[in-house]
Ligand binder design. Structure first.
Ligand code: HEM
Length: 125
């Protein structure tokens, strides 16, 4: 297989993605750069939706049942440094799970363009 479908497999299918997301969230919640953003978040729900979303974008047989990325994130005041911090944490999680850097980079390439729906300039006051 080539392309997106094989990324899903290279991430370890549903079980592998589940581990990546669970491990990532543990790291997010310990990361001083971003943890405060998740203070009021329903973490089990976030985990479920991230698993669905990673499955879909990697070409897996899933449906994403959450809300639009822009709608969800635009009020949260997330800056670019925090965006890169979260991406780094996902990579740390994948390192822990023994995912190759080639496979990690393919997932990162799919996450990177979402930045425009997650980071917004501060409104002028
Ligand atoms: C490519 C990067 C990112 C992806 C793929 C992503 C994905 C998601 C998804 C799927 C949800 C659930 C949507 C829903 O509630 O319907 C969500 C919610 C959330 N994300 Fe992100 N996110 C990203 C970056 C970030 C960053 C950088 C932060 C903060 C540092 C962040 C903070 C949050 C918070 C706080 C929620 C929960 C909002 C709520 O409870 O209403 N996200 N994200």
């Amino acid at each position: 297989q080539t392309g997106a479908a094989s990324l899903y497999q290279d991430l370890g299918n549903e079980a592998g993605i589940s581990k990546i997301v669970d491990e990532s969230i543990i790291i997010f919640l310990q990361d001083a750069r971003i943890k405060d953003t998740f203070k009021e978040t329903n973490i089990p729900r976030l985990a479920q939706l991230l698993k669905e979303q990673f499955c879909v974008i990697s070409g897996g047989p899933c449906k994403y049942s959450g809300d639009d990325m822009k709608v969800v994130h635009q009020g949260l005041g997330i800056n670019a440094a925090q965006f890169y911090a979260l991406a780094e944490d996902v990579q740390i999680a994948m390192d822990k799970l023994g995912i190759s850097s080639a496979t990690q980079n393919r997932l990162m390439a799919l996450l990177a363009p979402m930045k425009r729906d997650i980071v917004f300039p501060k409104p002028r006051t």
